[in-house]
Ligand binder design. Sequence first.
Ligand SMILES: NC(=O)c1ccc[n+]([C@@H]2O[C@H](COP(=O)([O-])OP(=O)(O)OC[C@H]3O[C@@H](n4cnc5c(N)ncnc54)[C@H](OP(=O)(O)O)[C@@H]3O)[C@@H](O)[C@H]2O)c1
Length: 314
Amino acid sequence: MIMEKSKVLIVGGTGYLGKRLVKASLAVGHQTYILHRPEIGLDIEKIQMLFSFKEQGAHLVSGSLDDHQSLVNAVKLVDVVICAISGVHLRSHQILLQLKLVDAIKEAGNVKRFLPSEFGTDPAKMENAMEPGKITFDDKMKVRKAIEEGGIPFTYVSSNCFAGYFVGGLCQPAQILPSKDSVVLFGDGNTPAIYVDEDDIAMYTIKTVDDPRTLNKTLYIRPSKNILSQRQVVETWEKLIGKELHKSSNSKEEFLAIIKGLSYAEQVGLIHYYHVFYEGCLANFEIGNEGVEATQLYPEINYISVEEYLKRYL
Ligand SMILES: NC(=O)c1ccc[n+]([C@@H]2O[C@H](COP(=O)([O-])OP(=O)(O)OC[C@H]3O[C@@H](n4cnc5c(N)ncnc54)[C@H](OP(=O)(O)O)[C@@H]3O)[C@@H](O)[C@H]2O)c1
């Protein structure tokens, strides 16, 4: 018997990750619904993106996070809800708005699975994170609590570092293009982190939708070729350009001192870099019974390696 693919609603479908989730959902053949919020108003880029998705077969559903009934109506159309609402302070941080979506899912009562906006470090592992960066993890955990208390089936996606943010700039904050001259390392630069191309994150996420192995689990995306220290990312780039970069470094203490003078949003972001590149919070634990690993579940996905990713900048 061929199982029909779940209908999927994507909230935040015009976002940096959200638009990739829409594309992956359509590519896999799910009936794909996208929440079209009236608040986007005259944002021509978003409107055009939404209508280009419609041309590709997506359904646009009108609804607002401030209009409970519209959310309930939207949720009732589908089996699975994926939220990719913003969660980067330097852009916008709206993670707690998802509590309204959780209320709507509870009331609608038909949703087989909810994937909240996580897509980064596993917040369950970050209860001792430093302020002010901790807010991101705390807010994501508040959403998890509401989901689990509401008895909503879930999958949490821990996708580690977005390649565009981290690989492009050789892991340096506020840099998204690789220098051909110099690089500043976090300490000795030897702490392993994990990098995943954003389109791959979207595809792994969509693969979980009808997969019983990922129900009520955390999906960790750990492509083995992409578990690399900052120094290894830099060496990969050096090999590609045939030149060694000049290297300097910041000790932990120097890095924390630099952060102190920055804006709140910058501090939040840089504390995340601190936990990743000085403490190794992405790769310093084994996946337990609460989790599954994406490249093992879906070996058919030919993920982009860090080396391939960097080639685009040559
Ligand atoms: N691991 C990493 O390296 C990394 C990097 C970046 C982000 N992330 C995570 O990825 C997730 C998505 O982030 P993103 O950068 O893709 O988000 P984004 O592009 O900044 O925003 C995504 C969408 O959020 C919706 N949104 C924004 N403000 C809203 C509001 N006031 N009310 C309702 N909806 C609003 C909008 O959707 P619509 O206009 O379509 O409704 C927007 O397009 C977050 O959880 C974030 O923490 C992880």
